[in-house]
Design a protein around this ligand. Structure first.
Ligand SMILES: Nc1nc2c(ncn2[C@@H]2O[C@H](COP(=O)(O)OP(=O)(O)OP(=O)(O)O)[C@@H](O)[C@H]2O)c(=O)[nH]1
Length: 739
């Protein structure tokens, strides 16, 4: 229309001036008005958009921002200028790029789309955005979009979803109560643990769960803490629907609103029956003896420790009783371990029946028990007397016959007592003393009570020190061999007995009587024994090269422990081989204690030794329990008459008869016989007259180092094995034991 008017004006100026101009003016005015209206609408729109709390943007079809409002700038952290130089793709997270493209396509096709996306702010934060986009074809196609940050809402929803899932699936029971303590919700685990379905408890108070095991003060304290601190945690005994009382671990928290008012209490609990049972079991295993149910060593040590500290404060005397059943092994060996166990249980009960409840009765292990008496008296005398009385009562009770599964058995205890006051002595020392006293009771014939004696302690301590030193003797090369000659009836040297000496750097020369018993009580005797055999073989090998010494037979003592070793024969064989020694020059002296053990095994070993050519002699013959019956079975070469018989043959007719009998026996069994401890001519004379043709003793020589021995042999036999062994001026030393 406006275009037609213009044509008319151009073709007819008059018409224009008079008719159309006013019209044209009107039209312009109207257009201006429309424009103005449009402008004002745009302004309004702009104002509306810029004041909107929601974000707003316009992009072109490619996503370049054409307009953004302040809310969007604030939301995303970029300025308007920055955004107008960016595309929407730069404002979303990388993963969202494809989704945005899809949303754009949808908007182009459908005109509008609501979608959720994730924007990346300038500072890196990721926001969950709800977007409502519209398409306009104006300006080559534009997208108008209102956006809203729903990050928090989504997080809340997620948290709620999670809480709901946790509530329903968690193993712990959850119970929610209102501020009036009425149950408003419980989860499935609550039903599993308590047995109550939710509709049975909702509207009720948690008191229906109470076991009645706790006093009301317990609940008062729980509420006090809950109200003051906002939560309570602890162990509590409750009752299930079926009446079963059980322990649970409970946490109650008060949930408050923004004003700080409690709106709910949330109780979360788990059933700890199993855990408590396991804990108790572990505790029992750790601190109690499973057979007698008495405290074990660990708990006892702890109790003694506490008792000593108490005594240091209150100055009361206390005591430790150490009990060991006498010959308990016999019961195990005869009636069996089960009966042994029954006796131990009975012993535990009898001890407990005779002491106060506050006294600790413990089992240390095996047949050893300890009783700890605390706070007996502040007077030493009174305390000692009281303990002596109790100990005697316990002894008598334990010595009474036992009926074990129908079998009557007699057993008794040996009891050692050690008093204490204060904590100067350590727990260990105290127990050790009581133990020593117990051994004193055993030594006194058993079934007895003995108090600790300090003199005995000293003896025990010096023995322990000797053992510790002895441990270093072999590796420290402190052992020596001495040689005591053995001669024939013509006094010619036949060989020697090798005798061990210990040359201690501080103690000086230690005699075997001092250290062999100590070695025998530990396995040290094996090391010492092996060393002696090795040294003897080395010496024999050296003598092989010396014409005058070549025929010497060397006797070596073998301990019972050493002989019992399963590989003893192999060891002897290996030693003779490795030193290149003629085994016939080696004579092993066995004692009756060796032979008494397991006759069949002993005989087998002896035969094996004889097979390789080693000679065997029975040492200290006549001292033990050797019976003719088994002497006959032993492949012995020689009997050695013990020096205790030899000592008195000239003066004691009994000993003389004994020696005669031994010599006869040896002759009957076709064994050689040698007498040890020959110190006088009279003894020698008697032996000779009775047919004993070999001798060892101070009359010929004391034990001497190898050089001296060789010298003596060479002096006495300038020609190999011809001359008599001269009696050296050593006879005066005869009073020393012939070791
Ligand atoms: N039945 C049973 N025997 C045990 C138990 N623990 C250790 N023993 C045995 O208890 C015995 C303890 O013996 P000892 O105390 O050394 O010796 P004993 O025969 O009592 O002789 P003395 O103490 O010298 O009078 C050993 O034979 C152990 O094998 C156990 O739990 N039950």
């Amino acid at each position: 229309m406006a275009d037609g008017a213009l044509l008319l004006i151009l073709t007819s100026p008059m018409l224009y001036v008079f008719l159309f101009r006013p019209l044209v003016v009107h039209i312009h005015a109207r257009n201006r008005a429309v424009e103005a209206l449009q402008k004002s609408k745009e302004e309004q729109f702009k104002a509306m958009v810029h004041t909107s709390l929601d974000g707003f943007w316009i992009t072109d079809r490619l996503g370049h921002f054409l307009e953004v409002n302040d809310a969007y700038c604030q939301l995303i952290g970029y300025s308007r200028e920055e955004l107008l130089n960016m595309s929407l793709y730069e404002a979303v997270t990388l993963e969202e790029t494809r989704a945005i493209k899809r949303h754009f396509r949808n908007v182009f096709e459908n005109g509008s789309e609501r979608f959720e996306t994730r924007n990346q702010c300038k500072d890196g934060r990721i926001l969950t955005i709800e977007a409502s986009a519209n398409y306009s074809s104006a300006g080559g196609g534009q997208l108008y979009c209102f956006v809203r940050d729903i990050t928090e809402r989504r997080e809340r929803e997620e948290a709620l979803r999670l809480a709901g899932s946790v509530f329903n699936n968690v193993e712990e029971a959850v119970m929610v109560t209102d501020p009036k303590n009425q149950i408003i919700a419980v989860n499935p685990a609550f039903t599993t643990i308590t047995g109550y379905a939710s509709d049975e408890v909702i509207g009720k108070t948690p008191r229906i769960l109470a076991s009645g095991k706790h006093p009301s003060a317990f609940y008062r304290e729980m509420w006090r803490q809950l109200l003051n601190m906002g939560s309570w945690t602890g162990e509590i005994w409750d009752k299930r629907k079926n009446g079963e009382i059980y322990p649970k671990w409970l946490t109650i928290s008060a949930v408050k609103d923004e004003q700080g008012e409690t709106v709910e209490y949330v109780a979360i609990f788990s059933d700890i029956t199993e855990r408590k049972r396991a804990e108790e079991e572990i505790l029992n295993l750790a601190f109690y003896d499973s057979l007698t149910k008495l405290p074990n060593r660990r708990l006892l040590l702890d109790r003694i420790h506490t008792a000593l500290s108490m005594s240091a404060r209150n100055h009361y005397f206390g005591a430790v009783l150490f009990l060991d059943m006498d010959r308990f092994k016999v019961l195990n060996d005869t009636l069996g371990h089960d009966h042994g166990d029954l006796l131990l249980i009975e012993v535990a009960q009898r001890i407990q029946a005779h002491v106060r409840e506050v006294d600790t009765v413990a089992r240390l292990g095996g047949d050893e028990f300890v009783v700890l008496f605390e706070e007996i008296s502040t007077s030493a005398d009174e305390a000692t007397q009281k303990v002596a009385l109790i100990a005697e009562k316990v002894r008598a009770a334990l010595a009474a016959p036992y009926s074990l599964d129908g079998h009557e058995h007699h057993c008794s205890p040996s009891i050692g007592v050690c008093m204490y006051c204060g904590n100067e002595e350590s727990v260990d020392a105290l127990l050790k003393r009581a133990d020593m006293a117990m051994y004193q009771a055993k030594d006194a014939g058993r079934n007895a009570v003995r108090f600790f004696d300090p003199v005995m302690q000293q003896a025990v301590e010096s023995r322990a020190a000797l053992e510790a030193d002895l441990r270093r003797a072999v590796p420290g090369q402190q052992l020596r061999l001495y040689y005591q000659v053995q001669v024939g009836d013509d006094h010619r040297p036949l060989g020697a007995e090798a005798l061990v000496r210990w040359e201690h750097p501080v103690r000086g020369m230690v005699m075997p009587a001092q250290f062999i018993p100590v070695a025998e009580e530990s396995s040290l005797i094996l090391d010492v024994g092996h060393w002696v055999l090795d040294a003897a073989c080395r010496q024999l090998a050296a003598w092989e090269k010396n014409a005058q010494m070549r025929n010497m037979v060397l006797a070596v003592n073998v301990s019972a422990q050493q002989f019992r070793m399963h590989d003893f024969v192999e060891k002897v064989t290996a030693l003779t081989h490795s030193h290149g020694v003629n085994p016939a020059r080696l004579k092993l002296e066995l004692t009756e204690s060796v032979v008494l053990n397991d006759v069949a095994d002993v005989v087998a070993k002896m035969r094996a030794l004889k097979e390789i050519g080693v000679k065997l002699s029975m040492d200290d013959f006549g001292m033990g329990y050797s019976s003719l019956a088994y002497l006959k079975q032993l492949p012995l070469d020689q009997l050695k008459i013990d020096q205790s018989f030899v000592r008195n043959i000239a003066t004691d007719s009994n000993d003389a008869v004994m020696v005669q009998a031994i010599i006869d026996m040896a002759q009957n069994f076709r064994m050689e016989v040698i007498a040890e401890g020959v110190e006088t001519e009279a003894q020698l004379d008697f032996l000779k007259r009775n047919g004993c043709l070999a001798y060892q003793g101070y009359l010929f020589s004391k034990p001497v180092p190898v050089d001296e021995f060789e010298q003596n042999v060479m002096i006495s036999s300038p020609e190999p094995q011809t001359a008599n062994f001269q009696l050296p001026p050593l006879v005066q030393l005869a009073s020393q034991p012939g070791l």
